[in-house]
Design a protein around this ligand. Structure first.
Ligand SMILES: [Zn+2]
Length: 275
């Protein structure tokens, strides 16, 4: 990527080295639809962690663009998403990106590195442990700066779903539909976030921020983290009903779709008959 001229976003909260904290009133509320990037069950991960974590810790984290290389990269990618979505939506309210290591307290409960990057609609923050970028390279064999940027853009895609009311609609179905149906909705949410990441990629290309190999990097990453691929890796078999993110092929297709079109209106995974 070419981010030299890109303004670094100041909406980065650097919690690295601070441990668990944040002082958010959790009150036992766990939002069910936390859209994790990876195919883990967020409910289990968060509930268990919630019981062992201290309840209050109000140390302030510095906000602004970090100065280290990785922090700068993340802040610039976030800045690029702000430029793109700010142009598409005049009323765009940018999310905060929280960098952490190990564990982090969010309005959605406690997040852990092992669960991968996630977006919490309750506090409108993206949570990213930079260790995941190392995992992308080694464990998932998806190296490259654009692969990392795609992860951020995907989580920003979930923020768009918060702003346009999709999260609220999905939340309203809670408890009234089967687990299988919940998983099917989750897949549509995730594929839409992939498509929104593609929309950002389209405009980043227009802003001359992409190199020739960048799109291949993102497609490679989308392939590496499809539910089918991950399940095969972790369980040795594939169980389609338990998919929450979509197959590798679907993730690639929707990312490409957004990338080609550049229009969020074209990311309607909910009324699409074939995913
Ligand atoms: Zn997601």
């Amino acid at each position: 990527m070419q981010l030299g001229d890109q303004r670094a976003s100041g909406n980065v909260e650097d919690r690295r080295g601070l441990g668990i904290g944040g002082g958010l009133g959790i009150g036992g509320v766990v939002v069910a639809v936390i859209a994790y990037f990876l195919g883990f069950d967020p409910g289990t991960a968060i509930n268990v962690a919630e019981q062992v974590a201290p309840k209050h810790d109000t140390r302030e984290a510095p906000k602004g663009a970090p100065t280290d290389e990785m922090g700068q990269f993340v802040a610039k990618v976030l800045g690029s998403t702000e430029a793109v979505w700010g142009k598409i939506y005049q009323q765009y309210r940018p999310p905060t990106l929280v960098l952490y290591d190990g564990q982090v307290r969010s309005a959605c409960g406690l997040g852990q590195s092992a669960t991968g990057p996630f977006y919490c609609p309750g506090d409108e923050k993206l949570y990213i442990d930079l260790g995941f970028f190392r995992d992308l390279q080694t464990r998932f064999r998806a190296p490259g700066d654009f692969a990392q940027a795609y992860v951020i853009a995907h989580e920003v895609g979930h923020h768009i779903q918060k702003l346009n009311g999709t999260f609220q609609k999905v939340e309203a179905t809670r408890g009234r539909i089967s687990q299988a149906e919940t998983n099917r909705i989750s897949v549509r949410m995730e594929l839409q976030a992939d498509c929104f990441a593609g929309v950002w990629g389209h405009h980043a290309g227009t802003m001359n921020q992409l190199d020739s190999g960048d799109i291949a990097e993102a497609l490679n990453a989308a392939t590496a983290i499809g539910d089918d691929r991950l399940q095969k890796q972790t369980q040795g078999r594939v169980v389609p009903e338990s998919f929450t993110h979509g197959t590798s092929e679907q993730r690639v297709r929707w990312f490409k779709h957004g990338m080609d079109s550049g229009r969020p209106q074209d990311c309607d995974t909910f009324s699409s008959n074939s995913l």
